[in-house]
Design a protein. Sequence first.
Length: 206
Amino acid sequence: MKKIILVLGICTLAFVILFISIFDSSSITYSLSKAPNQPIGGPDVPKINYTLPYTGRVLPDSPFWSLKALRDKVWFGITPSHLRRAQLALLFADKRIVMSVKLFEKGEPEIAISTYTKGEKYLAIAANEELLARAGGMDTSGFLERLATSALKHRQISEDLMRMAPEDARPLIVKSEKYATEAFEAARNALNSKGLPVPNNPFDGD
């Protein structure tokens, strides 16, 4: 009986921590980032005017990361609106690319590259959720502009990461750049179809 009570107590505490974390982070408004917004590499990397979110103190090298990652999955899973899900996926992608920069700066390239490659896949999820939202009759114009600009910011940072990453990690960065490229193209095409302006792509023709 004592063991059952102990297990229930631990589970209750875990869920309390989880949902406090969810509601504490429930806003998708982008706050000022502690990550550098200037290129880490040389001046030849185009600067994209897009503010990245603050990552929080728990990074993928923390023993508490699994709980934070679970929070994100639960948060995404219980969100019914496709537009809201698109916003969340973009937030997760933005946070993870900032985390990857921090991890490279801390000298943890393996965790950094894993964080980067997994995080970029959220861009594809964001684009897909936007498509579903638009098909359902929602106005996604503002989100499309944000997605396009974010995708360009991801391209900028991926160029920066190429300068920070060990040589054997660079092919993985190049491979994962396709998510930002495809997300930008999807947003660009949707904006064009609406007759709306498209952010200039300085990486066109790379």
